[in-house]
Design a protein around this ligand. Structure first.
Ligand code: SIN
Length: 473
């Protein structure tokens, strides 16, 4: 069984405390992760602090060339990395392969965009004075990443930060650390200098506390639950660190009476069953206009029946959930909904494939009193809510403290514009269930987070703007 360690100042650091890493498809141990604790986190932060002057003091071209080598090495090792992702997260291999492409695309994008970072020179109101701004890297960055995208969430944060000249301490999820360790190995091979990218493994509470309180850390970037995001924000407030947070969602997915229903079903499958529903932007409440209910549900259930549940290594469409807690959450949503009057149209229980596999489930007659309406289910559960008109629909869609992603299907251009404007969500998919690329600003309104990743905004998040007023006398 392989042991996995932390990377601090360019060296793999061992420790005595170990955690099991399990394959969620069969609960078999696939390795041991050594926990470096708060001492390890502190050493990693110091290493990042020491590496900052040289890395940030070099040219953008120098950093860009190294990042491009990292990108190429990841692409070259796509097969091996995809297998690691599937083994530790459970997602189907085809999705892991897509994640390698998606995750690598951030590195290429930020490596290129960093060459274009520039300041401004203003027309000064004072003839003797020159006024300008320059952009500079913010400093040491803590990046805390989730298990559901073990590669893409790491590259979306670290490559943006590193491209700007920041140095990074990464804490990957203890459930899926092997992908990050592989990424770090490739980063060293690509020429990333010691201390520029550090990876600390172990207990998330203890390491998270160090990463969010240490005075050397100038920025925290986190993807995960709203609860933990709020805690990190509180910790960060003592030293007024910059924060970027990608938190929970409660995405509405709307099927209007003028939709192409087959496309809407396919879009819902793309959004809802990606990673077995374990993504922050997965459709979580499906609103169907009354007049198309029967036709839409028939098409949907037919499509769901064709999906293959199974081990991600065996050509499946839906893999396991990450752990028992995830199964219990789904069960509690279903139980609560059925008790309050919902109808079970398909699925509803754990699959015979294995204890962490859940049947794709559709519940109709969902109301705003149910957990399935108010909470992210993070699994293959489709709660159906009927609506009559656009006004009542918008009110229901926005009736949530979250605001990450929303989707709707319609062929009417006036409606498309009106609904897009009124949805209180950071990302809106119109006639599509797939919205994620390196190019779009990824992030949410309300309690779904602060800031944007990817796009040009994702780079700005790691830069400070400095104003210089120069009296030439
Ligand atoms: C997430 O669910 O956390 C990210 C999904 C994405 O980047 O598409």
């Amino acid at each position: 069984m392989q042991d996995y360690h932390s990377l601090i100042a360019g060296k793999w650091v061992k420790s005595s405390k170990k955690l099991k890493i399990e394959n969620p498809a069969n609960q078999k141990i696939i390795g041991y992760l050594y926990d470096v604790g708060s001492q390890g986190a502190k050493k990693a932060i110091e290493a990042a602090h020491n590496a900052f002057p040289n890395w940030s003091g070099n040219t953008a071209k120098y950093r860009s060339d190294i990042l491009k080598k990292w990108y190429s090495l990841i692409k070259k090792n796509k097969k091996e990395i995809s297998k690691i992702i599937t083994l530790e997260s459970g997602k189907p291999l085809k999705e892991s392969e897509a994640e390698v492409e998606y995750g690598a695309s951030f590195i290429e994008w930020f490596a290129e965009q960093s060459l274009r970072v520039s300041g401004e020179i203003f027309n000064s109101p004072d003839i003797k004075k020159k006024m300008m701004t320059i952009k500079q890297p913010i400093g040491v960055v803590s990046a805390i990443t989730p298990w559901n995208f073990p590669l893409a969430m790491v590259t979306r944060k670290t490559s943006a930060a590193m491209a700007c000249g920041c140095t990074v301490v990464l804490k990957p999820s203890e459930l899926t650390p092997i992908t990050s360790i592989k990424l770090a190995e490739l980063a060293l091979k690509a020429g990333v200098p010691p201390g520029v990218l550090n990876v600390v493994n172990g207990n998330p509470k203890i390491i998270g506390k160090s990463l969010s309180t240490h005075p050397f850390v100038k920025k925290i970037t986190f993807t995960g639950s709203t609860l933990v995001g709020k805690l990190l924000m509180r910790n960060a407030s003592n030293t007024v660190k910059s924060v970027s947070l990608e938190l929970g969602g409660n995405a509405p997915f709307v099927v209007f009476d003028d939709s192409n229903l087959e496309n809407a079903v396919n879009g819902l499958i793309d959004s809802k069953f990606r990673n077995a529903g374990q993504t922050c932007i997965s459709a979580n409440r499906v609103f169907v206009q009354e007049s198309v209910e029967k036709k839409f549900l028939d098409l949907l259930i037919n499509k769901i029946e064709s999906l293959k549940i199974g081990d991600g290594m065996k050509n499946s469409d839906i893999g396991p959930l990450i752990n028992t807690k995830a199964i219990l959450k789904l069960k509690s949503h279903i139980k609560d909904a059925l008790k309050k009057g919902a109808n079970l149209l398909c699925g509803g229980s754990v699959s015979t494939v294995g204890e962490l596999f859940f049947q794709p489930t559709v519940l109709s007659n969902i109301t705003s009193k149910m957990m399935a309406f108010n909470n992210e289910n993070f699994g293959p559960l489709v709660p159906i809510i009927l609506f009559k008109n656009d006004e009542s629909l918008i009110k229901m869609c926005n009736d949530t403290s979250y605001g990450l992603a929303a989707y709707f299907y319609s062929q009417n251009s006036k409606r498309i514009w009106n609904i897009s404007e009124k949805l209180e969500f950071g990302m809106v998919g119109v006639n599509t269930g797939k919205i994620s690329t390196y190019l779009n600003p990824f992030g949410g309104f309300k309690e779904s987070g602060i800031g944007r990743e990817g796009s040009t905004d994702g780079l700005e998040a790691f830069l400070e703007k400095k104003y210089i007023s120069w009296d030439q006398n």
